[in-house]
Design a protein around this ligand. Structure first.
Ligand code: FUB
Ligand code: ZN
Length: 649
């Protein structure tokens, strides 16, 4: 998939932070936490003791994936050297038959694929494969791709036709194999991905196997504790890595019981029913999002349209009943996943950054499958809210779980014991240019309004350049430059948040499109991407044609569905694609959870001096005190604070 060139503007700045700071910060943290040394130990080059969770390899591989994608647009010698050294190390750590999983290689050398639901071997291999594909795409080289193929071939040999017991507990390998298929055209990879997807939820004895695998995984963890003790007895100078303290997550009282039921029923892993019969989003929300992404990719690759209706149905259910106003998913900590319909407590909100990113990957695939604006619309909302909040302004601090209300105990951290989110956000930002446009011979779709340009060459009708004021202003200018004058359609997404839209072509006013009104049920969150639509402009285009759009950025007060407990009388405030919040830093001396906002007093302005330049909303309390609201994604950048998205008003 080709990338548009990102031009100076909001995302240009984000990509700069990503390429110049975040990716190097993440590497330093991976080294400091022992994740990289694990590969040296597996390769027989280090006498250290393995550190981290059983899936620690995946974080190193995902870093490499992010680095490779960044390298495509921001090449540097420093990054090239880090990647090259790490690729060589992976090559040395990989076993001759393609297997690589430092957890088993170091601790349990003669075991493989023993606790597939729990221990994430296939998940780790998946992230290696994705890194190989990304590296090949950005450098044209095949060294990492060959390593990835060797791993994938091992998996095909060990898993093909093995049946539902041999599907992974954490999805990812499916996406990876599908990407590898797109790159190599090796049908074995497509078929293996298809089997993993189709066989999911078909294992009759799943509940029992979970008991067995849990017991086995626990037993193995105990053995590692013993191994560590033995190691420490002979290595007096060994200093174990100090796991940084994570953020607090407020939980419902019965979360442990719910977790257990979720696991035994298979819902936690989306193993409770075959994928075509899964009607409701359940379980761990990152796994859910990766599964849906993979199903959508498989639908595109295989042309099997019987998968599309279940995809659309489950998306609708998520949007209407199980998603936060930020676009975040996963309302229960511990389970790291979905609660019941309308169970969207803002303080419990787990809304992991990776779950929002996974959801964006899924929305992109759905956009390509259907050309329905609702998918690109949710992508945009999650881009600016649920996922954008995951990286701090400087690129060196991160959120993992993303509550919508915080009374304390949640701050941005330099690193986490489970650092899955930082590299996930980095690889997505690096690829922003891939998610903006699509085209065929007679149509161009503009899905996102990001400063960028792209030549839609092969069969495509034109070069397109977008200058965008988003997320701060609604003015967008699009230059359309066809190779030669001719008729085709430009499809412009009218965002669900734009109440009205001004449109001019070559300075001539056009009939103004608006987001469509729909008769569907009110969503749980108060945000509804289903009202988004594409405005088709079919005409004879000539070089130099300019389309100007003015999206209305008015402040909107949104209400949750009455069934969402605790939201009576509460309002969430948005302007353009941004959700706003009250943070205690801007409102000292104020009880942000109880203050009553006067809706008539809300006013939007840009403040060049706040948080690097941002829109803010000023408001008055009923007593006349001045309040300041900032974009939700910027909260937590000024030390420990309290915050709320839902307020009285
Ligand atoms: O298990 C691997 C990753 O760590 C998951 O995707 C995250 O939710 C976290 O559990
Ligand atoms: Zn994560």
């Amino acid at each position: 998939m080709k990338r548009a060139t990102i031009l100076p503007g909001y995302w240009y700045d984000c990509q700069t932070v990503n390429a110049e700071t975040a990716i190097f910060h993440q590497w330093e943290q991976l080294v400091a936490s022992g994740s990289i040394d694990n590969f040296h130990i597996a390769a027989g080059e280090s006498d250290g003791f393995r550190e981290g969770w059983f899936f620690a390899d995946s974080d190193a591989f995902k870093w490499l994936d992010a680095a490779a994608r960044i390298y495509a647009t921001h090449p540097s010698q420093r990054l090239a050297d880090l990647m090259d050294d790490f690729i060589a190390l992976i090559g040395r750590a990989q076993m001759p038959d393609g297997y690589i999983y430092t957890y088993n290689q170091i601790h349990f050398a003669d075991t493989r694929w023993v606790n597939l639901q729990i221990e994430h071997e296939l998940y780790c291999h998946g992230h290696l494969i994705e890194a190989g594909v990304s590296h090949h795409e950005s450098t044209g080289r095949s060294d990492l791709l060959n390593i990835a193929c060797k791993g994938a071939d091992r998996i095909v040999e060990d898993f093909k036709e093995k049946g539902p017991k041999f599907t992974p507990g954490h999805q990812e390998i499916e996406i990876a194999l599908l990407r590898l298929y797109q790159t190599t055209q090796q049908t074995d990879y497509l078929e293996m991905a298809r089997q993993f997807i189709e066989q999911r939820g078909c294992n009759v004895g799943f509940g029992l196997s979970i008991f067995q695998q849990n017991a086995s995984a626990d037993q193995r963890k105990k053995m590692i504790v013993e191994q560590r003790q033995t190691y420490m007895n002979t290595h007096a100078d060994f200093i174990p890595f100090q796991v940084p303290a994570g953020n607090e997550a407020k939980k419902p009282w019965n979360i442990e019981q719910r977790m257990m039921l979720n696991a035994i029923s298979g819902k936690y892993f989306q193993q409770h029913a075959p994928v075509r019969k899964q009607t409701t989003p359940v379980g761990h929300s990152v796994r859910f999002a990766y599964l849906e992404t993979a199903i959508a990719m498989l639908t595109l690759e295989s042309g099997d349209k019987s998968l599309l209706e279940p995809l659309e149905r489950i998306w609708d259910r998520m949007v209407s009943r199980r998603m936060y106003i930020t676009g975040g998913i996963g309302s229960l900590p511990t389970l790291e996943g979905f609660g019941n319909d309308y169970e969207l407590d803002p303080e419990f909100a787990y809304a992991e950054t990776c779950a929002a990113l996974g959801n964006m990957f899924w929305n992109w695939e759905m956009t390509q499958l259907t050309n329905k604006a609702q998918y690109a619309d949710l992508f945009e909302w999650q881009l600016y809210n649920a996922s954008r909040v995951g990286m701090g302004a400087e690129g060196t601090t991160y959120f993992y779980n993303n509550p919508l209300a915080c009374r304390g105990g949640v701050t941005r951290k330099a690193w986490y014991e489970i650092p899955c989110c930082p590299s996930n956000i980095s690889r997505t930002w690096a690829d922003i240019g891939k998610y903006l446009y699509s085209h065929d011979e007679k149509n161009i779709w503009v899905h996102q309004y990001v400063d960028s340009e792209m030549v839609l060459a092969e069969g495509g009708p034109a070069k397109i350049k977008v200058q965008s004021g988003l997320p701060w202003q609604g003015k967008v200018v699009i230059q359309v430059t066809p190779q030669e004058s001719g008729e085709f359609s430009l499809h412009l997404r009218i965002p669900s948040w734009a109440r009205s839209t001004g449109l001019r072509i070559n300075n001539e006013e056009q009939t103004t499109p608006t987001a469509k009104r729909i008769n569907t049920q009110q969503t749980a969150s108060g945000f509804d991407p289903r009202t988004s639509t594409y405005q088709e402009i079919k005409r004879n285009w000539s070089p130099g044609d300019v389309v100007e759009i003015d999206f209305n950025m008015d402040i909107q007060i949104r209400r949750a569905h009455p069934k969402v407990k605790g939201h009576n009388g509460k309002a969430a405030i948005t302007a353009g694609p941004l959700v706003f919040c009250l943070e205690s830093v801007d409102n000292p001396e104020m009880d942000i959870f109880n203050v009553q906002i006067s809706p008539d007093s809300l006013a939007l302005q840009f403040d060049a001096n706040l948080l690097g330049g941002t829109n803010l909303i000023t408001a008055k309390s009923q007593e006349g005190t001045l309040l300041t609201l900032i974009p939700y994604h910027l909260w937590g950048n000024r030390g420990a604070s309290q915050m709320t998205v839902w307020m009285n008003g």
